[in-house]
Design a protein around this ligand. Structure first.
Ligand code: ADP
Ligand code: MG
Length: 555
């Protein structure tokens, strides 16, 4: 193969343009992204070498080297990980391989705005090199391939790249950045060092820098990151900052995590979990992206095995990020085996328990933090009511609603708060569902409840009606829609209603004949105090706005 020039896919050019422009104020993350790719490459090789030890070829100490060249004005990130063959280079960095990148692109063009926080989440990491470089060279050789099958890829990030077969003595990948004119700060070793400790301290492989000698990189290398698997340390030795920086290296989130739980289970089956709750929904979750769930990594004895969020957590906890490290699973486990593994079932329920424990504690001790959580993920959590029967009561305890006795539209009233405030003799938790908070609070259905001082929960999230289908009871109390069934009447109320019905009989007959088929019945009601009339439902009818939603969806 001689040098060959190819065009990027149209979308790559677009991504490149977006990335280089949106990352302007966070230039330095290119280093984090390239190191994270190098670390992934080392993870992959370590995993492949379990079945094929010969891939390591006597070079088993996986590491990442960062170096600079003041004369050539380059920064190089090199790893001795898995490397790429020519097809992989073309597939991975010449086209848009991941569906994440495509969604990123859609989101970016739909929103007409660019948000640097999103870059990492969508896996467009490699292209961030072009934020600081006007030319990028990749030299790579797949582990196990002969020296003659090295590949040189080069591009100025403007629409084309070149490919060339080269001789490479070592396996792995070197990414060489030819810095733009005003990016000299990245030629300072202390800049590189501080960026590595800030963003990549907890990468599990040693990241090395040459020791400086006479203003130039010397022969000797020093490891500059902690290079330990944080979760294997005792809690007492880990500071909050350590936890937060590990979170950032995991989740590609620039922001601090809201909370975390770090636990070790010893016994017939031993494992460690370190689970985080983000402070904001990741973009993919907001986009309703359910197909590709990332963020929970499965390790077996400190060897990264795979992203296993789906195997380790139920869907309604898909916002959780972190690490599970199991001691007793076979290293050559496949995704198919994982899905039926009994031990994994146990780890999964332990994860659920840890997260619910963490949320309960937060709700009890740090209500403001919990409110932040609930705003971001409350609606996701609600899916658990239908999805996780075993934990329904615990999840219901965490739910918060707007209420006729709450403050404005804030979702802050728990079912326990409600029960504590119930009137003597009241045994039903009343709620109303509507399209919006305004529609709920303005409903004439509430008049009688207001007059009697009975609290009503106001539900207006899309998911509420569906969730309520699985939440008939809480703490032994029935939940009931105010639009359904009979009102709680005392004897005097009943007496008055009977008298009013008798007096209004001619009017009722007239209305019934006028409305005909359109209604089942016309009755005198105790529901209303100010409005002349309202629509009511019998016990087994659908709420009107749900019926409307279904109609709109064509049912
Ligand atoms: P992501 O890391 O989210 O997949 P990137 O844009 O950072 O997205 O990288 C794209 C792909 O290029 C990676 O998935 C990987 O297959 C390949 N790649 C990048 N850097 C390396 C490397 N140092 N070694 C091997 N493969 C790499
Ligand atoms: Mg990457």
């Amino acid at each position: 193969m001689t040098t060959e020039t190819r065009k990027f896919e149209a979308e790559v050019a677009q991504v490149l343009h977006l990335v280089t422009h949106s990352l302007y104020s966070h230039k330095e993350i290119f280093l984090r992204e390239l190191i994270s790719n190098a670390s992934d490459a080392c993870d992959k090789l370590r995993f492949e070498s379990i079945a094929q030890p010969e891939l390591l070829a006597g070079d088993g100490e996986l590491h990442i080297d960062v170096s600079w060249d003041p004369q050539a004005r380059t920064v190089t990130v090199r790893d001795n990980g898995v490397g790429m063959n020519v097809d992989e280079v073309v597939a991975n960095i010449g086209t848009i391989a991941s569906s994440g990148t495509r969604r990123f692109l859609d989101a970016m063009s739909a929103e007409q705005k660019t948000d640097a926080r999103l870059i990492g989440q969508f896996g467009v990491g490699f292209y961030s090199a072009f934020v600081v470089a006007d030319r990028v060279t990749v030299l790579t050789r797949r582990a196990g391939a002969p020296a003659g099958e090295g590949v040189k890829w080069e591009s100025d990030g403007k629409g084309e790249y070149s490919l060339e077969r080269v001789e490479l003595a070592e396996r792995g990948t070197a990414v060489i950045l030819h810095l733009k004119a005003d990016e000299d700060e990245f030629l300072q070793p202390w800049t590189l060092k501080s960026l590595i400790t800030r963003y990549s301290d907890h990468v599990a492989f040693p990241i090395r820098l040459p020791v400086e000698q006479d203003g130039k990189p010397g022969e000797e290398w020093e490891t500059v990151n902690a290079a330990s698997a944080l979760w294997t340390k005792p809690k007492s030795e880990i500071s909050d900052e350590d936890y937060q920086s590990f979170y950032k290296s995991l989740g590609h989130d620039f922001n601090d995590a809201l909370a975390w739980a770090h636990n070790r289970v010893e016994g017939s089956q031993s494992f460690t979990t370190l689970l985080y709750i983000p402070a904001q929904p990741p973009f993919e979750l907001m986009m309703g992206g359910r197909d590709e769930r990332k963020g929970l990594k499965l390790y077996i004895k400190r060897v990264f095995i795979m992203d296993a969020a789906e195997e380790l957590l139920p869907n309604y906890l898909r916002f959780v990020r972190g690490v599970v490290d199991a001691d007793d699973l076979p290293l050559n486990v496949s995704r198919e085996i994982l899905q039926q593994n009994r031990q994994l079932e146990r780890i999964k329920s332990a994860c659920v328990k840890r997260v619910l424990d963490l949320l309960e504690k937060m709700a009890r001790d740090e209500p403001e933090k919990f409110a932040t959580f609930y705003k971001a993920f409350g609606n996701t959590l609600k899916e658990g009511i239908a999805e996780d029967h075993a934990n329904r009561e615990r999840i219901a305890k965490l739910l918060r609603f707007a209420s006729t006795k709450g403050e404005g539209a804030a979702q802050a009233v728990s079912l326990d708060d409600y029960i504590l405030r119930m009137a003597p003799g009241q045994d039903i938790i009343w709620y109303i569902t509507a399209d919006s908070h305004a529609a709920a609070i303005g409903s004439p259905q509430l008049e009688a409840f207001k007059a009697k001082g009975i609290e009503v929960l106001l539900m207006s999230d899309r998911i509420d009606e569906w969730m309520l289908g699985s939440l008939n009871e809480y703490a032994g109390k029935k939940l009931q829609n105010v639009a359904k069934g009979e009102l709680p009447l005392d004897e005097a109320d009943k007496q008055r209603q009977q008298e009013a019905s008798a007096a209004a009989a001619p009017l009722l007959d007239k209305l019934k004949s006028l409305l005909g088929e359109r209604v089942k019945d016309v009755r005198v009601s105790a529901r209303l105090t100010d409005s002349p009339s309202c629509l009511a439902l019998s016990d087994y009818e659908m709420a009107p706005h749900l019926a409307r939603l279904l109609r709109e969806a064509g049912h």
